[in-house]
Design a protein around this ligand. Structure first.
Ligand SMILES: [Zn+2]
Length: 441
């Protein structure tokens, strides 16, 4: 633990305690049970479940290749959460959100298979999304080789992931068991700390800002969509919310959900029994700013993560309260894995998941695998704009590195380095339209 971190601990204790700061008034019970849309019929059933997934051991941490040692402590617990919805015809949908680096394909397939067998939930009706926190454990789905069996780094990651798989199946079961009558509304707000982290490729090489990041003129998606799940009497039971930005305010050796972890924590505080679930959007080329201590004198990384968490939770509070839009059924869902090819011949194609889910004609979820740049969400929201709101998530059902748009691929840079063929955007967007068209008929 660095000296700086010791200094932060007393401040942190104040932030993290359940007691409101002096002068603050926690939500009154009356405010907590008031419906924002009593005219909307409570035509759904909904259930939620939460599981702590903070590693018991000090495992190696995911996200930054430069780390030289495993985790040393915990600032905040990591959680897996499940939200189950059931429409009037009995059609079900389950969201699983993880305060973890990603959803490896093998993990998704294993959990989806077991959930289908055990609870008869079709694979297309399961969404698995990760917050991409860089303060969580390394996951490992490839079986250990003989040599690796004596390597604690590999073995611990494998053991953790195996247990996680089994635990997530149980978690989905608990959310389904919790199904109770509910009213669904949604809306969106805005939050501004995400900035495009790529340099401005339109500048000529000699320009003084040619290699500077972040780029204030670069594309961003500042929308904060939020789905409100309330009991028929109005009590808020769960909220699913999204934001398109890396969870990289932090680069230390402590377990933490970063800004998304704090946003969920702040939303849940003072609301007993309420579950807040975070879904990452298309944030592959977005970082939270200000970022990493030196930017703001006297403010630590951790305080920045908390500030961003507070900003995001405030936006979610707005989205949950102001001008609620009714969400009706039925649930219709489609999931397919397409082939993505690499530019370099000889590299095997990758199976890439594309999922479209429609809640009646009110809300459409598009979930894409891996680290998708913001161009995807901006384009899909524009092309699918209509009666239904469009909510685009990345980091879903697969975790295989960066997926650039054609623009980013041509510009080059970090998010283009995986070497996908130039038709990568075209294949993904075509499949989204095809699935969306199929569900809309
Ligand atoms: Zn990333």
């Amino acid at each position: 633990m660095s000296p700086r971190f010791w200094f932060v601990l007393p401040v942190l204790a104040g932030f993290l305690s359940a007691a409101p700061p002096p002068g603050a008034t926690p939500l009154s019970p009356a405010a907590a049970v008031k419906s924002v849309a009593p005219q909307v019929p409570a035509s759904w059933k909904a259930g939620a479940a939460t599981l702590k997934v903070t590693p018991q051991k000090m495992l190696w941490m995911a996200g930054y290749a430069a780390r030289k040692k495993p985790a040393e402590g915990k600032v905040q617990d990591l959680f897996a959460k499940a939200l189950a919805l059931e429409d009037e015809q009995g059609g079900r949908l389950v969201f699983v959100t993880l305060d973890l680096i990603g959803v490896p394909q093998a993990l998704r397939r294993e959990v989806a298979g077991r959930v289908q067998a055990k609870f008869r939930l079709p694979s297309a009706h399961l969404v698995m999304n990760a917050s991409h926190t860089h303060s969580g454990p390394v996951l490992r789905t490839a079986p250990l080789t003989e040599q690796e069996k004596d390597n604690p780094k590999a073995r611990d990651a494998w053991d953790y992931t195996q247990k996680l798989q089994a635990d997530l199946v149980e978690l989905v079961g608990r959310a389904l068991e919790d199904l109770k009558p509910a009213r669904l509304t949604w809306n969106k707000a805005r939050c501004g700390f995400a900035m495009n982290r790529r340099r401005d490729y339109s500048l000529p090489p000699g320009h003084p800002n040619a290699n500077r990041v972040p780029n204030p003129d670069g594309p961003v998606d500042h929308e904060v969509p939020a789905l409100r799940v309330e009991a028929p009497g109005g009590a808020l039971r769960a909220a699913l919310f999204g934001y398109a930005c890396h969870n990289t305010s932090l680069g230390f050796h402590n377990w933490c959900g970063d800004y998304a972890g704090f946003a969920q924590q702040y939303l849940e505080e003072f609301r007993p029994g309420f579950t807040a679930l975070f879904m990452t959007g298309c944030g592959a080329d977005q970082n939270p700013y200000p970022r990493r201590s030196d930017v703001v004198p006297g403010v630590t990384d951790l305080e920045l993560a908390m500030q961003h968490g507070r900003a995001l939770s405030n936006a979610v509070e707005m989205a949950l309260t102001v001008n609620p839009r009714p969400v009706s059924g039925p649930v219709r869902a489609a999931y397919e894995e397409i082939k993505l090819s690499y530019a370099r011949p000889g590299r095997e194609d990758h199976d890439y998941p594309v999922q479209v889910i429609k809640l009646g004609d009110d809300l459409t979820f598009i979930t894409l695998g891996s680290e998708v740049v913001v161009d995807y969400s901006l384009r899909l929201k524009r092309e699918l704009a209509g009666t239904a709101g469009v909510w685009v998530a990345g980091y879903s059902n697969d975790y295989t590195g960066y997926v650039p748009s054609l623009r980013v691929l041509k510009e080059g840079g970090y998010e283009a380095a995986a070497g996908w063929a130039e038709d990568v955007e075209d294949r993904i967007v075509k499949k989204v339209h095809e699935l969306h068209g199929r569900l809309s008929r």
